[in-house]
Design a protein around this ligand. Sequence first.
Ligand code: AMP
Length: 398
Amino acid sequence: MKILSVNAGSSSLKFQLLEMPQEEVITSGLIERIGFADSIFTIKVNGDKTRDVKAIKNHSQAVSIVLDALIDLKIVNSYDEISGVGHRVVHGGEKFNDSVLINKQILNEIERLKDLAPLHNPANLTGIRAFHEILPNVSHAAVFDTAFHQTMTKEAYLYPVPYTWYEKYGIRKYGFHGTSHKYVSERAIELLGKGVKGTKIITVHIGNGGSITAIKDGKSIDTSMGFTPLAGIMMGTRSGDIDPSILPFVMEKENWTINDAIKALNKDSGLKGISQKSSDMRDIVKGVEQKDEKCLRTLHLFAKKVCDYIGSYYILLGGCDAIVFTAGIGENSEPARKAIVDRLGSLGIILDEEANKVMGEEKLISTKDSKIKVYVIPTNEEVVIARDTLRLINQCTE
Ligand code: AMP
């Protein structure tokens, strides 16, 4: 059964066609710069990558181009071979604690939730509508970034602000990257091999965005992102947690609007803000190798912010069986992982320096004597989207 896994951003469309339940990737690709004269369409089949640059007006046209390519490249003979399309949706609010098949009512709900994710949900919706237009008879599923964290208790998700803010406006911690935390924690539970009950895992998803989750018995009990993905650890260009009083102070000094201030926290902070050089950990690491002071302070601040959460989640979980690194930095950056793990000696964690050289592969990177196992597990959000879509289709036909 062929399932398309889709991630539509405001100017991009990422897709993967998978043979399910074998979870084999048949083809994958990306359209970037939708709405520009030089949009880029990349598609990979059997290891061969094709790249085309041309004007792609909107998401509808992008979806047509993807689906046409599937036929032209003889990946499918007809659209009837596609049994389902799973769509990543960033915000599911309190309404969705699992993925769902999309109907009119669900579309309205996702639309309503755009208040909470004004940049992401409308883009996700555009993707859903564009695919639905061309594939109206296929099952479409929505897979929410927030759903995995809906197991958090009030104690974890409430902010100590007037309770009416929660009642009136839904102001609470939602958490994000749920699909990734779910995937890597399930894999870690398999690797630990003692069943899900009683397991205590801390997942460290560090890419351009980053979040850390405490997972007990396979369920998220706390996570570092909050009401929005701006909260938590220091990220590529996002600040993570700061004292909110900094905002009015800087606004007054710089004569800024609230939008200017929020933009500074989203786009000019994190690795980029502290290093004054780059938001990319590869550049920071290069600078560290050259003993560049700005890059050194950036790497150490980043490691500290990550460890603040790991320490707090160790206490919350009452111990920890495994720490899992994933996403761009977590999967690929030996120096970033080392800078983090080196700060965790008091938990009895010992890094296997040789194993830590791994890039983009699943590996145990702690020694036999380490009190907590440390893994690198590449994330695979596309496969979770395809799995959930398949599960929902099967439930529907049972
Ligand atoms: P993601 O958002 O998961 O795609 O991660 C993207 C980020 O991962 C980039 O901005 C880099 O900071 C980081 N990254 C990717 N590859 C490496 C690498 N080899 N070394 C260090 N950082 C990397």
